[in-house]
Design a protein around this ligand. Sequence first.
Ligand SMILES: Cc1cc2nc3c(=O)[nH]c(=O)nc-3n(C[C@H](O)[C@H](O)[C@H](O)COP(=O)(O)OP(=O)(O)OC[C@H]3O[C@@H](n4cnc5c(N)ncnc54)[C@H](O)[C@@H]3O)c2cc1C
Length: 446
Amino acid sequence: MNEVIVIGAGLAGSQAALAAASLGVQVKLFEMRPHKMTPAHRSSGASELVCSNSFGGEGDTNAKGLLQAEMRLANANIMQAADANRLPAGAALAVERDGFSASVSAALEANPNIQIIREELTRVPDEGVVVIASGPLTSDALAEDILSRFAGGERLSFYDAAAPVLEFDSINMDLVYRAGRYGQEADYLNCPFNKEEYLAFYARLEQARSHTPHDWEKLEFFEGCMPIEEIARRGIDTPRFGPLKPKGLPDPRTGREPYAVAQLRQEDAAGQLWSIVGFQTGLKWGDQKEVVQTIPGLEQAEIARYGVMHRNTYLCAPKLLEATLQFKAHPRLLTAGVLAGTEGYLESAATGWLAGINAARLALSLEPVVPPINSMLGGLVRFLATAEAKNFQPMNTNWALVPELEAHEKPIEFQNKKKLGKREKRPVLFARGKKEFAAWLETIKL
Ligand SMILES: Cc1cc2nc3c(=O)[nH]c(=O)nc-3n(C[C@H](O)[C@H](O)[C@H](O)COP(=O)(O)OP(=O)(O)OC[C@H]3O[C@@H](n4cnc5c(N)ncnc54)[C@H](O)[C@@H]3O)c2cc1C
């Protein structure tokens, strides 16, 4: 039967459904919201972005930039929705979250091959080709079913956190200045600390941290989304060498770099909502507000959405999955997104695209495919299938996922250079990956 079932209309599931439908198969897409919400989602919209509104850096020296380019070549709807709802964010691809979700929802609803069923699936269907894309907050019943029947009872989880979002009108723009790091586009709002202010902020943060449940501190955090209180626990200077670093952000009033800087990133098209960059937190809400208000310029800040912290669930991909995103022991089942061991909106959507293509191919009795090794998506899915299983952690896009340049791939001008610098090497890796991905797309056309 030319039918595919997709569980979850998040980043991975929406893109999986749209990719499968584009190959002419019928898709049943199950989504439990709004009847049953997750702790992080707030709407019934498809592909809701639960934390930041960024799809990561762009450009030909950026690993995410290559994955974005590949998804554009594949006509992935998620990239079209991102491009249509883009917000200014310097060198990053940030989107207006409601418009983005509305665009993806509209694409799903308009597709005659897709039937959206608003229902929680508590059990993986026993027959048919199924893409499990229920994400890091998979409902308990389904998680139990996946883990007991398809994952050898082995659950892995870590904690992930979202940053608070502030109302623009409550920010003191007499103190806060617009700038981009090292003279990039002035898309960010910057709150400058002097030393005294930083020490006061740190003291309040430390006090707030001691109010939060201590069992969090024993838990494993994903480095890319470490809560600010956990960063602070590592030392008084750790925040100002991390998310509060002032480098390349001189205050125009003094011409000097402040002692520390908290950056705010635009969240909505109207510029009414701004989130604090790298300030994910699970602090109690009362404490959270007080900590935010010790940041210079945010003394009167109104918090539109508090930061939150959630458990994430993912499978041990190297034990369970093929690079095609099929379960090794259950080839009619595929998975994508965070559950499959990726981390990030873009990675979730990209693996969703591949799972959707492969699910449709299985339904059409065709062999599943894997993108070329030099492409970013090819590197990512190969990593999932072959990483060290023992300490497996969800993976973000990065340059280490693709092979180094071979001697003959070096540009003529660098032929005699033994080791290329990042800036010399990355555009070449980018062009190589993009070209091979484009050529591969031609070979899988039906
Ligand atoms: C709190 C939090 C903050 C995050 N912040 C960021 C960030 O800032 N940047 C970033 O790039 N990534 C972030 N991530 C990681 C990740 O990129 C996102 O979670 C992303 O949405 C994952 O995509 P997904 O498709 O795997 O899951 P989701 O987008 O969560 O989609 C899963 C869908 O499945 C549905 N579902 C679950 N169980 C069932 C069921 N039994 N039946 C039917 N439907 C079901 C859910 O309602 C949901 O719509 C964050 C994750 C969390 C949890």
